[in-house]
Ligand binder design. Sequence first.
Ligand SMILES: *[C@@H]1O[C@H](CO)[C@@H](O)[C@H](O)[C@H]1NC(C)=O
Ligand SMILES: *[C@@H]1O[C@H](CO)[C@@H](O)[C@H](O)[C@H]1NC(C)=O
Length: 350
Amino acid sequence: MKRKNHSSLILLMMAAVFLLMVVLYSTIFSPQTTTAALKSDAGQMGKPLYKLDIAWPKYTEYFTGQVFGVAVDHIEGLVYVAQRGENVPKVLVFSTDGDFLQAWNTSTLEEPHGIFLANATANPTVWITDVGKGAYGHTIKQYSPSGKLLQVLGTPGKPGSNLNPLQFDQPAEIFVHSSGEIYIVDGDGGMNNRLIKLSKDLQVLWMHGEKGQGLAQFNIPHSVAVDYYQRVWVADRGNKRIQVFNSVTGDWLGSWGSCFDDDAPYSVRLTADQKYFVVAQLNTNQVSLLEAPPVGGIGQCRVTSVIQLAEDIKPHLVDVDLKTGALYVAEIGGQQAQKFIPLTRGSSFL
Ligand SMILES: *[C@@H]1O[C@H](CO)[C@@H](O)[C@H](O)[C@H]1NC(C)=O
Ligand SMILES: *[C@@H]1O[C@H](CO)[C@@H](O)[C@H](O)[C@H]1NC(C)=O
């Protein structure tokens, strides 16, 4: 009798050990390492929202440099990809279907960083921040869709001083609101640490310009977006947080840090339905979808879903197709842009 109890106990223990091994094995070796497996930040499965479109673009050999930024014209169905490198075209234009259309033939760009498609509905133009240190650098440039230089903001070749808000030092990104008002984050590691709002005729409306870790101070303000509720969201990269401001007054509204313990936010863009922020995290090779809070207080940040990219892909900046909901990710390590399409209508479409 006693002996029988003993052996069933051993059996039970063996079963438990076996179960534990199965669980450990599947945790360690689950097939999630390839380009677009989905996982949450806590190691659980997040809510899958997007899948990689492996058919975009149709030919990848047009990528010849390091891809830093991407901008979508959702009306014309065009994707502008900004890349860096010696003797490579600095902007490539693809269709949203993946056809290669054009490479810009311009020598006016040194090191493109942020790229933004403005005024898609009426008269689209492409704004590009140039962090180059040569004769054309430290500027923000406006181009026609075919790459004709229209306008230059900043003082070409001269990095910022503390005096002039429009003398940039490695300006990181620009966001042009449909009203024509302009938001600039300056910059990408230079002397300036500024968030600047300009009127349509380029007058400074308000600015935050102090380096530091306190409220409304910055350390590498890297990306900027404005939501439908008059809130400006800034990826404050060096401080591993997103800071939020009132777009009219410039007042500080809050800050999110708890989502960025592992890696800083590099990008901040809203999905077409304004339900999520798309935040690239370069060092962990992740594109995180964060819940965008409705009008009012910003509360705590919450990660709904994470697109885990392969090692060394290094996602940098992103853009969203406001018509189809597709995400485009500029990947410095991968030396390419990739497209991710929403899995369900409703979650990310208009
Ligand atoms: C690019 O521009 C240069 C200078 O304007 C011109 O000489 C050259 O022919 C152009 N190349 C192409 C492929 O259009
Ligand atoms: C968009 O383009 C139209 C036509 O050129 C122009 O009248 C309008 O002011 C532009 N809007 C913005 C926000 O730049």
